[in-house]
Ligand binder design. Structure first.
Ligand code: G1P
Ligand code: ZN
Length: 545
């Protein structure tokens, strides 16, 4: 048996998990003891690790493999009983959630910085998921953070690297390691949810052409196995399908700006019928119809409204949930279905409790995240298959499905403006000032609008009673529109301000108009109230979604 080494270390400042785990530049993560401290903090939070089982894998970005070797040695030294590792060190985030649940492990460690770029000069991240397969709730991430502040030692083994590329079992310092195929369990789960036979008929129909852009990230192997191999879509349906440590030098974020190649195929003279893309770790999705962008808030509402067409959701939905800044399109569906609709802070971790308590079946966020209780993470490919299942059952193109949805429920125009790379101090001041003044804003005029209500969103978890405060400043205007301000919790450099605006419209003549034009007044009023230009020096956002 290899000797256990106890390594002395000192705490690093700033190992506080954000919206989705700990994310830092690779250079920060790879400095001596940095990753080790955080991993030991997770283990310390877990308490007695002897005999515990963990799943480990990541999105394949730069430093993924090295990190897995480090974690495996540390897990063995800490007395874990078993690690389940995806072949090649790969697990998409939803596949990790699936594996934790299917094999009943005590949790999992995901190596990913999601949609942030990868490579030696880009980002890396570590997320801890619990035994329910979901992101650790705030109480747990806080406990991990506290451990990072007082850490003095970590345990590891004096051994070389193991072979991550061969499926099978081996042993490391008395701990069992099982390398499994990262795709099979997830693909089987998808087949149990959707009508694969019908989707296959659609995908093998010569008149239906689709494209899935894996953005050189983790969903390549998943999408190829499911769409092309199991469902028979023509080879080449999946583009950018070979995972790359630097995501081909791109930004693996599925939006109109970064999924350029896909967007081009969906427009022009011979647009495809359906298009989709996923992000670095496979939990986000963007879906497109022919020459038609489907906003994630609308996508979520459409999935909920049409859930009856999908075998797994045929019966009924227990309830639905959305993050606070996500448009209220989902609420209208919930009202129609007479089921509860929960409004949670930003971040998937808040949905876990609701799903575990059977309060919700489907949930999502405006940030290209949709999912259900089949796992405890958002799930990009799941959303794509859901759409395909709806398209085949309703015999309508995606664009018509959305337009008919608007006719029936009205349309919630929605946009998000991101101001990136801002000075953290000044931006923090701006949000602080807004927060301090929030109750006094009611009745005030802002641009063409007046403010009817305003608050700083706080959430009380209906299951465990946990309270999360300061989750975003909301301003409701007299024309029914809403603006939300919050700072990103996933960035690795400077501050990112997110401004979300939405407005409800029911007039049939006003349902197909330009989003930015429809929200211009709200955006202008919001910018004025917060003093965006004054505090950030910016007159326009860097990214609009
Ligand atoms: C962003 C999104 C949020 C999502 C998270 C992880 O967090 O806004 O909805 O859950 O990424 O994918 P933010 O950077 O806004 O804190
Ligand atoms: Zn992601």
């Amino acid at each position: 048996m290899s000797a256990i080494k106890t390594i002395d270390t000192n705490p690093f400042a700033g190992q506080k998990p954000g919206t989705s785990g700990l994310r830092k530049k690779v250079a920060e993560f790879t400095q001596p003891h940095y990753l080790e401290n955080f991993v030991q903090a997770i283990f310390n939070m877990l308490g007695d690790c002897r005999g515990k089982r963990l799943a480990v894998g990541g999105d394949g970005r730069y430093y993924n493999r090295e990190a897995i070797q480090i974690i495996a040695r540390m897990a063995a030294a800490n007395g874990f009983g078993k690690l389940l590792i995806g072949r090649g060190g790969i697990f998409s985030t939803p596949a990790m959630s699936c594996v934790i649940r299917k094999y009943g492990t005590d949790g999992g460690i995901i190596l990913s910085a999601s949609h942030n770029p990868g490579g030696p000069n880009a980002d890396f991240g570590v997320k801890f998921n619990g035994a329910n397969g979901g992101p650790a709730p705030e109480a747990v991430t806080e406990a991990i953070y506290r451990q990072t502040l007082s850490i003095e030692q970590y345990l590891t083994l004096d051994t070389g690297d193991m072979d991550l590329d061969r499926v099978g079992r081996c042993e490391l310092g008395g701990m069992e390691i099982e390398i499994i195929d990262p795709v099979t369990d997830y693909a089987d789960l998808m087949a149990s949810i959707f009508d694969f036979e019908k989707i296959s008929q659609l995908l093998t129909n010569r008149r239906f052409h689709m494209c899935f852009d894996a953005m050189h990230a983790v969903t390549g192997p998943y999408a190829k196995a499911i769409l092309e191999e199991r469902l028979g879509a023509e080879p080449g349906t999946v583009i950018n399908g070979a995972p790359d440590e630097s995501f081909g030098g791109g930004h693996p974020d599925p939006n109109l700006v970064h999924a350029r190649e896909l967007v081009d195929r969906m427009n022009g003279d011979a647009p495809l019928a359906f298009g989709a893309a996923s992000d670095g770790d496979g939990d986000r999705n963007m879906v497109l119809g022919s020459g038609f962008y489907i906003n994630p808030c609308d996508s979520l509402a459409v999935l909920a409204a049409n859930a009856g067409l999908v075998p797994a959701y045929h019966e009924s939905l227990a309830g639905v949930a959305r993050s606070m800044p996500t448009s209220r399109a989902l609420d209208r569906v919930a009202q129609f279905l007479e089921i509860p609709c929960y409004e949670t802070p930003v971040g998937w971790k808040f949905f876990g409790n609701l799903m575990d308590a059977d309060k919700i079946t489907i949930c999502g966020e405006e940030s290209f995240g949709t999912g259900s209780n089949h796992v405890r993470e958002k799930d990009g490919l799941w959303a794509v298959l859901f759409w395909l299942n709806i398209i085949v059952e309703s015999r309508k193109p995606a664009r018509s499905i959305v337009r008919e949805h608007w006719q029936r429920f009205g349309r919630d125009y929605f946009t998000r403006h991101d101001f990136e790379g801002l000075d953290a101090g000044r931006t923090g001041e701006m949000i602080g000032r807004l927060r301090d003044r929030v109750s006094g804003l009611v009745g005030r005029q802002a641009g063409e609008l007046s403010i009817q209500a305003a608050d700083d969103f706080a959430y009380t978890d209906p299951v465990d009673g946990g309270v999360s405060e300061e989750q975003g400043v909301r301003i409701f205007f007299n024309d029914g529109s809403r603006a939300v301000f919050r700072l990103s919790g996933t960035g690795t450099a400077n501050a990112t301000l997110r401004l979300y605006c939405d407005k409800y419209e029911t007039d049939p003549a006003l349902l197909g108009l330009d989003t930015q034009r429809m929200l211009a007044q709200t955006l202008q009023a919001a910018g004025e109230v917060a003093g965006i230009a004054e505090f950030t020096g910016r007159t326009a956002p860097d990214v609009i979604t």
